[in-house]
Design a protein around this ligand. Sequence first.
Ligand code: AMP
Length: 439
Amino acid sequence: MNPMNPLKAVRGTRDLMPPETALWNRIEAVARSVFGRYNFGEIRTPIFEDTALFARGVGEETDIVSKEMYTWEDRARAQSEKTQSLTLRPENTAGVVRAYIEHKLGETGQLQKLFYIGPQFRRERPQKGRYRQFSQIGAEVIGPAHAGAESALRDAEVLEMLATLLDELGIEGWTLKLNSVGSAADRPVYLAKLKAALGPVVGGMCADCQRRAETNPLRVLDCKVPEDQPIIDGLPRIGDSLDAASREHFAAVRAALDAAGVGYTLDHRLVRGLDYYTRTTFEFTHGGLGAQNALLGGGRYDGLSEAIGGPKAPGIGFAMGEDRLVLTLAAQLEAQQAARAELADVYVAPVGERQNAAALALARELRRAGLRVELGDGAFRVKKSFEAADKAARAIVLLGEDEAASGMLTVKDFATAVQTKVPRAELANSLLAARAETK
Ligand code: AMP
């Protein structure tokens, strides 16, 4: 090996280092706390599985299975062993459902509510927010139909839980996009209409769409190529091919979300990349992420268990990209810090107009000491002074009659919410020290 050429982490993988790892741990702690309150338990499945699990579970024609899996032939170590095709898991739902079947969890007659946190592997083209090893936090609700696993209430509960989780993580400005892709019975009806509509127009579409039209026509709806958009807008909508039961199911999901006050937008093109979805599909997106704007995705998968050889076990679940949560939160934190750097060191608030002149003198003192000072007005009520100060400065100092007489000033630091009394002679130094600490 050339000693001048040290080895590096493989393309699409990265080391997570302090202090960022603290953010990863905080995200996982908040997720565990929320999952606990919704009565989910943790499952940890193996990182590699039989390749057939993903071929059957996720779908041979999906991008994930056809292009992105890390698959190898595992050599037999003994005569009794067979060579086996193994794959690093590209997602965790198939593994959870395999475990559900293997451990006969259906026989408990109960709904199973399971969450997982762990690495997944896809050979994608790496870019910001897209890696070849990435971590997902996900959950599944699965069980026999008689335990209510098909109920629209479960879909709404999972979506409401996700809204709570993102709020508790402090993610600001997320959007929930919602659609229904119908049942297994609806699918061929729609696919027939879609193929018929694609027939005459597909020749004018991008190469990917021409391929998808043959192998997996639903994925044409995912196309982002600008020139293809007017054609796609003219294609039949999946919502118009749902049977009465699927329409009712979707209406019930929406009614429950409305009642819980969880906002969403309908997106009739949201079909998602995995074959197993039925009825409800959803994505939570965030504007700050750029091209890879999906924080998480999921949906209902009523036929998945049967597709991998298990009993009927309808379910619904989601997977969120932990890497993308970290990116979003880190960007938010940076923006907050940048906004704080623009703030004045202190807002001098006279209490009552009679203190205005004294307040100007105090502001002059502080400014001469090198502080950036915003001067309020004693005509404002104290509440209004606090509101104005909170927007303009890192701290507020109140100058009322008592303070003027005693020389002890009340200072509140907005970042820590701590309120203290400071002798006037020490005020400038104490504010300078506070400023140095935040830098
Ligand atoms: P999927 O399993 O494709 O539905 O993805 C669910 C979520 O996992 C996405 O919304 C992303 O947040 C995240 N995700 C998927 N693929 C990647 C990747 N290659 N790198 C980082 N995050 C990913």
